[in-house]
Design a protein around this ligand. Structure first.
Ligand code: MTE
Length: 310
Protein backbone atom coordinates (compact mmCIF):
# COMPACT_ATOMS: atom_id res chain seq x y z
CA UNK A 1 0.00 0.00 0.00
CA UNK A 2 1.53 3.32 -1.03
CA UNK A 3 0.21 5.32 1.86
CA UNK A 4 -0.58 4.31 5.42
CA UNK A 5 -1.39 6.41 8.42
CA UNK A 6 -0.13 6.12 11.96
CA UNK A 7 -2.92 4.91 14.19
CA UNK A 8 -2.16 7.42 16.95
CA UNK A 9 -2.94 10.30 14.61
CA UNK A 10 -6.55 11.30 14.23
CA UNK A 11 -7.39 11.88 10.59
CA UNK A 12 -8.65 15.32 11.54
CA UNK A 13 -5.15 16.11 12.85
CA UNK A 14 -3.50 15.57 9.50
CA UNK A 15 -5.95 16.82 6.92
CA UNK A 16 -6.03 18.89 4.97
CA UNK A 17 -2.54 20.26 4.56
CA UNK A 18 -2.76 24.04 4.35
CA UNK A 19 -0.39 24.26 1.38
CA UNK A 20 -2.77 22.32 -0.79
CA UNK A 21 -5.84 24.29 0.02
CA UNK A 22 -7.59 26.42 -2.49
CA UNK A 23 -7.80 29.65 -0.48
CA UNK A 24 -11.04 30.86 -1.94
CA UNK A 25 -12.68 27.55 -1.25
CA UNK A 26 -11.20 27.64 2.22
CA UNK A 27 -12.54 31.09 3.06
CA UNK A 28 -15.96 30.12 1.79
CA UNK A 29 -16.02 26.93 3.86
CA UNK A 30 -17.87 27.00 7.16
CA UNK A 31 -15.15 24.98 8.86
CA UNK A 32 -12.34 27.27 7.72
CA UNK A 33 -11.01 28.04 11.20
CA UNK A 34 -10.66 24.40 12.08
CA UNK A 35 -8.02 23.91 9.42
CA UNK A 36 -5.00 25.24 11.25
CA UNK A 37 -3.02 22.06 11.72
CA UNK A 38 -0.09 21.43 9.42
CA UNK A 39 0.85 17.86 8.73
CA UNK A 40 4.26 16.56 7.82
CA UNK A 41 4.65 16.36 4.03
CA UNK A 42 4.52 12.56 4.10
CA UNK A 43 0.99 12.77 5.45
CA UNK A 44 -0.18 15.47 3.09
CA UNK A 45 -3.65 15.11 1.69
CA UNK A 46 -3.73 15.63 -2.05
CA UNK A 47 -7.37 16.65 -2.43
CA UNK A 48 -8.38 19.93 -0.81
CA UNK A 49 -11.33 19.38 1.47
CA UNK A 50 -13.05 21.07 4.36
CA UNK A 51 -14.25 19.10 7.38
CA UNK A 52 -17.96 18.54 7.88
CA UNK A 53 -20.32 18.64 10.85
CA UNK A 54 -21.85 15.46 9.37
CA UNK A 55 -18.68 13.47 10.12
CA UNK A 56 -18.69 10.95 12.94
CA UNK A 57 -15.82 11.14 15.43
CA UNK A 58 -15.50 7.35 15.47
CA UNK A 59 -12.03 6.09 14.56
CA UNK A 60 -11.97 5.30 10.82
CA UNK A 61 -10.96 1.88 9.57
CA UNK A 62 -7.45 1.61 8.14
CA UNK A 63 -6.94 2.17 4.43
CA UNK A 64 -5.89 -1.48 4.31
CA UNK A 65 -9.31 -2.62 5.65
CA UNK A 66 -11.20 -0.27 3.34
CA UNK A 67 -9.33 -1.33 0.19
CA UNK A 68 -8.93 -5.06 0.74
CA UNK A 69 -12.43 -6.23 1.75
CA UNK A 70 -14.83 -5.07 -0.95
CA UNK A 71 -17.98 -5.83 -2.87
CA UNK A 72 -17.68 -4.89 -6.54
CA UNK A 73 -19.25 -7.67 -8.57
CA UNK A 74 -17.93 -6.23 -11.84
CA UNK A 75 -14.60 -7.74 -10.74
CA UNK A 76 -15.89 -10.96 -9.18
CA UNK A 77 -17.97 -12.05 -6.22
CA UNK A 78 -15.14 -12.64 -3.72
CA UNK A 79 -14.21 -9.98 -1.15
CA UNK A 80 -10.60 -9.97 -2.42
CA UNK A 81 -11.47 -9.89 -6.14
CA UNK A 82 -11.85 -6.09 -6.42
CA UNK A 83 -8.40 -5.44 -4.89
CA UNK A 84 -6.93 -8.09 -7.17
CA UNK A 85 -8.53 -7.12 -10.46
CA UNK A 86 -9.83 -3.53 -10.37
CA UNK A 87 -6.48 -2.05 -11.40
CA UNK A 88 -7.46 -3.08 -14.96
CA UNK A 89 -10.09 -0.33 -15.02
CA UNK A 90 -9.26 2.88 -16.93
CA UNK A 91 -10.79 5.80 -15.03
CA UNK A 92 -9.43 8.73 -17.06
CA UNK A 93 -11.03 10.07 -19.22
CA UNK A 94 -14.43 9.63 -17.56
CA UNK A 95 -17.76 11.12 -18.43
CA UNK A 96 -21.23 10.92 -16.95
CA UNK A 97 -24.41 11.07 -19.00
CA UNK A 98 -27.08 13.07 -17.21
CA UNK A 99 -30.48 12.70 -18.80
CA UNK A 100 -34.21 12.41 -18.24
CA UNK A 101 -36.15 15.20 -16.53
CA UNK A 102 -33.36 17.81 -16.38
CA UNK A 103 -32.97 21.24 -18.00
CA UNK A 104 -29.41 20.62 -19.18
CA UNK A 105 -29.01 17.00 -20.25
CA UNK A 106 -25.67 15.94 -21.71
CA UNK A 107 -22.48 13.96 -21.52
CA UNK A 108 -20.42 15.74 -18.91
CA UNK A 109 -16.68 15.26 -18.55
CA UNK A 110 -16.02 14.43 -14.90
CA UNK A 111 -13.53 17.28 -14.43
CA UNK A 112 -16.00 19.86 -15.76
CA UNK A 113 -18.90 18.45 -13.80
CA UNK A 114 -17.10 18.72 -10.47
CA UNK A 115 -14.86 21.71 -11.12
CA UNK A 116 -16.79 24.05 -8.83
CA UNK A 117 -18.22 21.73 -6.17
CA UNK A 118 -17.32 22.08 -2.50
CA UNK A 119 -15.19 19.04 -1.63
CA UNK A 120 -15.51 17.87 1.94
CA UNK A 121 -14.17 15.15 4.14
CA UNK A 122 -17.13 13.06 5.33
CA UNK A 123 -16.31 10.39 7.86
CA UNK A 124 -19.33 8.10 7.70
CA UNK A 125 -20.42 4.82 9.17
CA UNK A 126 -20.87 2.30 6.36
CA UNK A 127 -23.13 -0.72 6.89
CA UNK A 128 -23.35 -3.56 4.39
CA UNK A 129 -26.55 -5.60 4.18
CA UNK A 130 -24.34 -8.64 4.96
CA UNK A 131 -24.07 -7.30 8.55
CA UNK A 132 -20.49 -6.03 8.52
CA UNK A 133 -19.58 -2.39 8.95
CA UNK A 134 -16.71 0.06 8.69
CA UNK A 135 -16.04 3.75 9.29
CA UNK A 136 -14.78 5.42 6.11
CA UNK A 137 -13.28 8.92 5.64
CA UNK A 138 -14.69 9.78 2.22
CA UNK A 139 -13.75 12.76 0.09
CA UNK A 140 -16.82 13.99 -1.71
CA UNK A 141 -19.52 16.57 -2.28
CA UNK A 142 -23.26 16.70 -1.92
CA UNK A 143 -25.08 15.15 -4.86
CA UNK A 144 -27.54 18.05 -4.73
CA UNK A 145 -24.76 20.33 -6.05
CA UNK A 146 -24.69 18.64 -9.46
CA UNK A 147 -28.44 18.06 -9.55
CA UNK A 148 -28.97 21.77 -9.00
CA UNK A 149 -26.41 22.57 -11.67
CA UNK A 150 -28.20 20.54 -14.36
CA UNK A 151 -31.63 21.76 -13.26
CA UNK A 152 -34.11 19.16 -11.99
CA UNK A 153 -37.50 19.54 -13.68
CA UNK A 154 -40.66 19.67 -11.59
CA UNK A 155 -41.95 16.28 -12.77
CA UNK A 156 -38.86 14.42 -11.51
CA UNK A 157 -39.44 12.14 -8.52
CA UNK A 158 -36.51 9.70 -8.63
CA UNK A 159 -32.84 9.57 -9.54
CA UNK A 160 -31.34 6.47 -11.11
CA UNK A 161 -27.67 5.59 -11.46
CA UNK A 162 -25.73 3.17 -13.65
CA UNK A 163 -22.21 1.78 -13.43
CA UNK A 164 -19.86 1.48 -16.41
CA UNK A 165 -20.16 -1.63 -18.60
CA UNK A 166 -16.73 -2.58 -19.97
CA UNK A 167 -16.21 -6.35 -19.79
CA UNK A 168 -12.71 -6.12 -21.29
CA UNK A 169 -11.62 -4.35 -18.11
CA UNK A 170 -14.26 -5.60 -15.69
CA UNK A 171 -13.78 -9.35 -15.79
CA UNK A 172 -16.85 -10.12 -13.66
CA UNK A 173 -19.05 -8.66 -16.40
CA UNK A 174 -18.20 -11.64 -18.59
CA UNK A 175 -20.54 -13.54 -16.31
CA UNK A 176 -24.23 -12.95 -15.95
CA UNK A 177 -24.95 -13.05 -12.20
CA UNK A 178 -26.12 -9.44 -12.53
CA UNK A 179 -27.91 -8.03 -15.56
CA UNK A 180 -25.31 -5.35 -16.33
CA UNK A 181 -25.13 -2.43 -15.82
CA UNK A 182 -25.32 -2.43 -12.02
CA UNK A 183 -28.19 -0.04 -11.28
CA UNK A 184 -29.34 1.87 -8.24
CA UNK A 185 -31.86 4.54 -7.43
CA UNK A 186 -33.07 7.01 -4.85
CA UNK A 187 -36.20 9.04 -4.32
CA UNK A 188 -35.49 12.67 -5.29
CA UNK A 189 -35.72 13.91 -1.68
CA UNK A 190 -33.20 11.25 -0.59
CA UNK A 191 -30.89 12.28 -3.43
CA UNK A 192 -31.13 15.96 -2.46
CA UNK A 193 -30.47 15.26 1.24
CA UNK A 194 -27.19 16.81 2.45
CA UNK A 195 -25.95 13.44 3.78
CA UNK A 196 -26.03 11.96 0.26
CA UNK A 197 -22.67 12.43 -1.39
CA UNK A 198 -20.79 11.61 -4.54
CA UNK A 199 -17.38 10.42 -3.35
CA UNK A 200 -14.18 10.84 -5.34
CA UNK A 201 -11.67 9.76 -2.72
CA UNK A 202 -10.81 8.15 0.60
CA UNK A 203 -8.30 9.41 3.18
CA UNK A 204 -7.67 12.56 1.14
CA UNK A 205 -6.50 10.65 -1.94
CA UNK A 206 -8.27 9.76 -5.18
CA UNK A 207 -10.74 6.90 -5.00
CA UNK A 208 -9.03 3.49 -5.18
CA UNK A 209 -10.39 1.52 -8.14
CA UNK A 210 -11.78 -1.24 -5.94
CA UNK A 211 -13.87 1.31 -4.03
CA UNK A 212 -15.55 2.71 -7.14
CA UNK A 213 -13.17 5.05 -8.94
CA UNK A 214 -13.39 7.67 -10.14
CA UNK A 215 -16.77 8.55 -8.61
CA UNK A 216 -19.41 6.71 -6.62
CA UNK A 217 -22.50 7.35 -4.57
CA UNK A 218 -22.48 7.15 -0.75
CA UNK A 219 -25.80 7.08 1.12
CA UNK A 220 -24.76 6.43 4.72
CA UNK A 221 -28.18 5.55 6.19
CA UNK A 222 -28.83 2.82 3.62
CA UNK A 223 -27.31 -0.61 3.15
CA UNK A 224 -24.04 -0.44 1.24
CA UNK A 225 -25.36 -1.90 -2.00
CA UNK A 226 -27.26 1.36 -2.62
CA UNK A 227 -23.87 3.15 -2.79
CA UNK A 228 -23.23 2.37 -6.45
CA UNK A 229 -19.68 2.57 -7.78
CA UNK A 230 -17.99 3.91 -10.95
CA UNK A 231 -21.04 5.84 -12.13
CA UNK A 232 -21.48 6.73 -15.82
CA UNK A 233 -25.13 7.69 -15.94
CA UNK A 234 -27.55 9.67 -13.76
CA UNK A 235 -31.18 9.92 -14.91
CA UNK A 236 -34.05 11.88 -13.43
CA UNK A 237 -37.33 10.00 -13.76
CA UNK A 238 -40.94 10.18 -12.68
CA UNK A 239 -41.21 6.46 -11.92
CA UNK A 240 -39.31 4.28 -9.44
CA UNK A 241 -36.21 2.97 -11.23
CA UNK A 242 -35.14 -0.65 -11.38
CA UNK A 243 -32.31 -1.51 -8.99
CA UNK A 244 -29.92 -4.44 -9.36
CA UNK A 245 -30.42 -6.30 -6.08
CA UNK A 246 -34.16 -5.82 -6.21
CA UNK A 247 -34.16 -7.28 -9.74
CA UNK A 248 -32.19 -10.31 -8.49
CA UNK A 249 -34.21 -10.99 -5.34
CA UNK A 250 -37.11 -8.56 -4.63
CA UNK A 251 -38.17 -10.35 -1.44
CA UNK A 252 -34.75 -9.79 0.13
CA UNK A 253 -33.74 -6.39 -1.21
CA UNK A 254 -36.24 -3.56 -1.36
CA UNK A 255 -35.96 -0.22 -3.13
CA UNK A 256 -35.45 1.69 0.14
CA UNK A 257 -33.00 -0.60 1.94
CA UNK A 258 -32.64 1.73 4.89
CA UNK A 259 -30.50 0.30 7.70
CA UNK A 260 -32.99 -0.91 10.29
CA UNK A 261 -32.18 -3.22 13.23
CA UNK A 262 -35.88 -4.09 13.55
CA UNK A 263 -36.37 -5.39 10.02
CA UNK A 264 -34.40 -8.58 9.48
CA UNK A 265 -33.15 -9.88 6.19
CA UNK A 266 -35.20 -13.03 5.43
CA UNK A 267 -32.06 -15.14 5.94
CA UNK A 268 -30.30 -13.35 8.84
CA UNK A 269 -30.78 -10.87 11.65
CA UNK A 270 -29.97 -7.20 11.13
CA UNK A 271 -29.99 -6.43 14.88
CA UNK A 272 -26.20 -6.55 15.21
CA UNK A 273 -23.16 -6.09 13.01
CA UNK A 274 -19.48 -7.04 12.86
CA UNK A 275 -17.06 -4.13 12.63
CA UNK A 276 -14.41 -5.04 10.05
CA UNK A 277 -10.91 -4.77 11.52
CA UNK A 278 -12.10 -5.27 15.08
CA UNK A 279 -10.26 -8.59 15.45
CA UNK A 280 -11.70 -12.08 15.84
CA UNK A 281 -12.63 -11.60 19.51
CA UNK A 282 -14.42 -8.28 19.08
CA UNK A 283 -18.03 -8.21 20.27
CA UNK A 284 -20.71 -7.62 17.66
CA UNK A 285 -22.19 -4.14 17.85
CA UNK A 286 -25.84 -3.17 17.93
CA UNK A 287 -27.06 -1.93 14.56
CA UNK A 288 -28.34 1.65 14.79
CA UNK A 289 -31.63 2.80 13.27
CA UNK A 290 -30.81 4.39 9.90
CA UNK A 291 -27.19 3.45 10.67
CA UNK A 292 -27.05 6.23 13.28
CA UNK A 293 -28.47 8.94 11.01
CA UNK A 294 -32.11 8.69 12.16
CA UNK A 295 -32.16 12.25 13.49
CA UNK A 296 -31.23 13.59 10.07
CA UNK A 297 -33.35 11.34 7.83
CA UNK A 298 -36.30 9.88 9.73
CA UNK A 299 -38.57 12.70 8.51
CA UNK A 300 -38.15 11.48 4.95
CA UNK A 301 -40.16 8.38 5.86
CA UNK A 302 -42.91 9.93 8.00
CA UNK A 303 -46.10 7.91 7.71
CA UNK A 304 -44.42 5.00 5.93
CA UNK A 305 -44.45 1.45 7.28
CA UNK A 306 -40.73 0.67 7.29
CA UNK A 307 -41.28 -3.08 7.53
CA UNK A 308 -43.28 -2.99 4.29
CA UNK A 309 -41.13 -0.37 2.54
CA UNK A 310 -37.90 -2.24 3.28
N1 MTE B 1 -21.49 -0.90 -7.07
C1 MTE B 1 -21.27 -1.66 -8.16
N2 MTE B 1 -21.23 -1.06 -9.36
N3 MTE B 1 -21.11 -3.00 -8.09
C2 MTE B 1 -21.18 -3.67 -6.89
O1 MTE B 1 -21.04 -4.90 -6.85
N4 MTE B 1 -21.50 -3.48 -4.47
C3 MTE B 1 -22.24 -2.73 -3.44
C4 MTE B 1 -21.82 -1.26 -3.40
N5 MTE B 1 -21.72 -0.70 -4.72
C5 MTE B 1 -21.41 -2.90 -5.71
C6 MTE B 1 -21.53 -1.49 -5.84
C7 MTE B 1 -22.13 -3.32 -2.12
S1 MTE B 1 -22.98 -4.79 -1.86
C8 MTE B 1 -21.44 -2.73 -1.11
S2 MTE B 1 -21.49 -3.33 0.47
C9 MTE B 1 -20.59 -1.57 -1.38
O2 MTE B 1 -20.57 -1.18 -2.74
C10 MTE B 1 -19.17 -1.87 -0.95
O3 MTE B 1 -18.37 -0.73 -1.01
P1 MTE B 1 -16.82 -0.83 -0.61
O4 MTE B 1 -16.26 -2.00 -1.34
O5 MTE B 1 -16.22 0.46 -1.02
O6 MTE B 1 -16.79 -1.04 0.88
Amino acid sequence: MAYRFKTDLKWSDVTPKADFLNRRQLMAGAGALALGSIASPALAASIATVPSPYSTDLEPNTLEDITSYNNFYEFGTGKEDPARYASALTTDPWSIKIDGLVDKPGDYGLEDLISDVQMEERIYRFRCVEAWSMVIPWVGFELNQILNKVGVQSGAKYVSFETLVRPEEMRGQKRGYIEWPYREGLRLDEAMHPLTIMATGIYGESMPNQNGAPIRLVVPWKYGFKSIKSIVRISLTDTEPQTSWNMIQPREYGFYSNVNPEVDHPRWSQATERRVGGGVFAKRQDTLMMNGYAEEVMDLYAGMDLSKNY
